[in-house]
Design a protein around this ligand. Structure first.
Ligand SMILES: [Zn+2]
Length: 60
């Protein structure tokens, strides 16, 4: 699994760039949150995301 350095979206495939923003991916990330309902999710606000998916909390 890798995470986007730009938007922290977690990618489970072998894509070389982030499918959401085209950003660079990193294998070095910590923490993971799954956002199912970004409109209502407190977690989504904390990590600053506005779309459904898995996100890393920190990407190095
Ligand atoms: Zn991205």
């Amino acid at each position: 699994m890798r995470a986007c350095k730009n938007c922290r979206f977690i990618i489970h495939t072998n894509d070389k760039t982030c499918p959401k923003c085209g950003g660079e991916l990193s294998e070095k990330f910590s923490g993971m949150v799954i956002v199912l309902d970004p409109e209502k999710s407190e977690v989504a606000k904390v990590v600053g995301v506005n779309a459904t998916g898995s996100y890393a909390i920190k990407v190095k």
